[in-house]
Design a protein around this ligand. Structure first.
Ligand code: AMP
Length: 669
């Protein structure tokens, strides 16, 4: 009898759990107030997202702490926002809910969302953030507020001035906790949490779970329940990760190929420094692409303007630093382009998470030079994603795509009959005796010649090509990249601590290769020999010395086979692990393709960075209203505080000549 009751109890619980987790569950079944449900209906929210399904009923049913591992774009704002507006008491004049987030943009976005959710409840939500008049914010707080949404620096300022009381706070939400800690808000967060009552609940959301976030959870939370979309430190499955391996000097040309191959791109290009950001955006702008920079040297007004235009799709591509793009949560971004990988691998998760939001698909594209292959492997291991080795599109394929786009946009062009009518006699007279075919050819050529000119002699940029592959006649790489080469890539280097100096000379006539797998991956000399010979068709006589190390290996091979080996062994598999190989630096006169400057390529040592010097020293309204004096939001990160690489520009419209891409290739919808 007892057994039967237990059996039915388990069955009942399983069915309940299944129905709770079922995709068909509605917001109503989650237990939200009718007023909240009404606003959700108006907002067009039909069914809860997975994180909402997990978080909302738990937060409504009990007063407990929560750790939510989720990226932006998963619906996490509503996952904490809906229970929050449901639970706080609107009658209280001092805040019961406190949301802390890293940037001003995110702060305003969350405030707007909470106001929407609570439209039919008697609540007030106030946003407090740096760079805005603090007295106005104090006045708003004094009028009585149910929920405060704050950036850490400004909130600490208010606490120190005793302009805000957190004594009645029941729920503290830490949104994008990893970002806040990355930005140096550790002490501020400690102070904020210590200023709230002991028995408040903390709901912490983070895309990744580094040690510092774990420390916050351990220090300020008790028995939190964990909701997680994907694994820890894993990125969104709707993102396709692709890398293109190019020579350093072809980085910029490769970027343009990716953009040209995707005429409808709505993308974010990430650079490592302000200078690189300004330089890439400037070059793209001068060549007629719809691209603008977003970095910390722009004033708040300029940044707002650029972001607003990007949101409205008046700009097709935003070129940004990691810090400047924080809080830029925009749906529908099709591509994230990593012009250079970030120093910190965690930032790769944040970058790529800007695409494939709200269930959509997106691509995160990485441009690397031949020496950076190991970085891809490190990211793959750390955040458990798989990269595809991409092949840059051929010039003829790009031209075909652009031609189709051009034809489509001509066909779609609205003819304003009434307006054009009066010009028709002039138009017809102008074309005189020309046939329809001649006229069409001329019109298409007017727009398309630049692609034909640019790509007619363009060769293969994929890095397995020979030095003579150089083909992009227009722009030859981004020489300003050089500054970044000297930086120490701490996070990646950690993964290769045991890697010896790679400047050992190789035997005369041989090239020495670095291999990304080693003893720990089960590799031995025989295995490596087989791998090389099987992939390339070479004989063991072509292969020289083999050194198997714990985490990686080296081998030497006939110099004449260098390209063959690079092309064929790279990306092959050894017992389930993708193998990446690179040429090691060779002082002994052997092949060192990465740094060889033969034929006037990159890396001649005497080439100086020219980025940032030209083109954008013009008008700007820096200094005035920047939020530097108040919050640190966004623009004083550790990595960017040196200020030595400043480049400035106004963010106004530019449509200067060059490649002359008109807005016809992209129309905001
Ligand atoms: P978030 O991750 O909170 O930034 O949300 C990403 C996007 O998804 C935002 O545009 C939200 O408005 C939208 N969203 C969140 N939850 C839902 C839902 N249940 N149904 C439809 N859209 C949603």
């Amino acid at each position: 009898m007892f057994f039967n009751i237990r059996f039915f109890l388990i069955l009942y619980l399983s069915v309940s759990l299944h129905s709770i987790l079922s995709k068909n569950m509605t917001f109503k079944e989650l237990g939200l107030k009718s007023e909240v449900l009404k606003s959700l209906t108006e907002m067009g929210f039909e069914a809860p997202t997975p994180i909402q399904l997990e978080a909302i009923p738990n937060l409504l049913a009990s007063d407990s702490d929560l750790v939510g591992l989720a990226q932006t774009g998963t619906g996490k704002t509503a996952a904490f926002g809906l229970p929050l507006v449901n639970k706080v008491d609107g009658k209280s004049r001092t805040p019961q809910g406190l949301v802390v987030c890293p940037t001003r943009e995110l702060c305003l976005q969350i405030t707007k969302d909470l106001e929407n959710y609570s439209k039919y409840l008697d609540l007030s939500v106030v946003a407090v953030y740096g760079g805005a008049d603090i007295r106005r914010q104090i006045t708003q707080i004094n009028k009585g507020v149910s929920i405060v949404v704050a950036t850490p620096g400004r909130l600490v300022d208010l606490i120190k001035r005793k302009s805000i009381s957190l004594a009645d706070v029941k729920y503290v939400v830490l949104d994008e906790a990893d970002e806040m800690l990355n930005m140096g808000f550790k002490e501020d967060l400690d102070m904020i949490l210590e200023s709230t009552p002991e028995h408040r609940n903390v709901w912490l959301f983070s895309a990744t779970m580094p040690k510092e976030v774990e420390r916050i959870a351990k220090t300020y939370m008790s028995n939190p329940f964990e909701v997680s979309i994907g694994h820890k430190n894993q990125s969104n499955e709707n993102i396709e990760h692709i890398y293109y391996s190019v020579k350093e000097r072809d980085r910029y040309a490769a970027l343009k190929r990716v953009i040209d191959f995707n005429p409808d791109i709505y993308g974010l290009i990430f650079c490592r420094t302000r200078m690189e950001t300004a330089s890439v955006a400037d070059k793209l702008g001068k060549e007629g692409y719809s691209a603008e920079p977003l970095h910390g040297d722009l004033s708040q007004v300029q940044r707002d303007r650029v972001m607003d235009r990007f949101r409205k799709k008046e700009i097709q591509i935003l070129v940004a630093t990691d810090v400047a793009a924080r809080g830029l949560d925009i749906d529908n971004i099709t591509h994230v382009l990593n012009y250079n990988l970030p120093d910190d691998i965690e930032n790769y998760t944040h970058r790529s998470g800007r695409t494939a939001r709200a269930g959509k698909k997106g691509q995160s594209i990485v441009l690397i030079n031949t020496r950076e292959n190991y970085k891809i492997r490190t990211i793959e291991k750390q955040i458990r994603v798989t990269f595809t080795a991409g092949v840059l599109p051929k010039p003829e394929d790009i031209c075909a795509i652009q031609l189709t786009k051009l034809i489509d946009s001509v066909i779609e062009t609205e003819v304003k009959e009434a307006d054009i009518e009066k010009f028709m006699p002039q138009i017809m007279a102008g074309f005189g005796e020309m046939t329809k075919e001649e006229i069409v050819k001329k019109f298409v050529s007017a727009e398309f010649n630049r692609f034909i000119d640019y790509y007619s002699n363009a060769g293969d940029l994929n890095s397995s090509g020979r030095d003579s592959d150089r083909g992009e006649r227009g722009e030859r790489g981004d020489r300003s990249d050089r500054g970044g080469r000297d930086r120490r890539d701490r996070s990646y280097d950690e993964g290769r601590q045991d890697r010896p100096r790679r400047d050992r000379g190789s035997e005369e006539g041989k090239t020495r290769f670095f291999v990304s797998v080693g003893q720990r991956d089960g590799l031995n000399p025989g295995g490596l020999l087989r791998l090389i010979c099987d992939s390339t068709g070479l004989k063991s006589g072509n292969i020289g010395k083999i050194d198997i190390m714990p985490a990686f290996s080296f081998f030497e091979a006939d110099q004449a086979e260098t390209d063959n080996i690079l092309r064929k062994v790279n990306g092959s598999e050894y017992e389930g692990t993708t193998v990446n190989i690179e040429i090691t630096k060779n002082k002994g006169g052997g092949s060192d393709r990465g740094s060889r400057s033969g034929g006037g390529g990159f890396g001649g040592g005497n080439r100086r960075s020219s980025g940032g010097s030209g083109g954008f020293r013009g008008s700007n309204d820096r200094g005035g209203d920047r939020d530097r004096g108040g919050d640190r939001e966004g623009f004083r990160p550790r990595s960017e505080r040196s200020g030595s690489d400043r480049s400035e520009r106004g963010s106004g419209e530019r449509r200067s000549g060059g490649f002359g891409r008109s807005s016809s290739s992209f129309r905001g919808k």
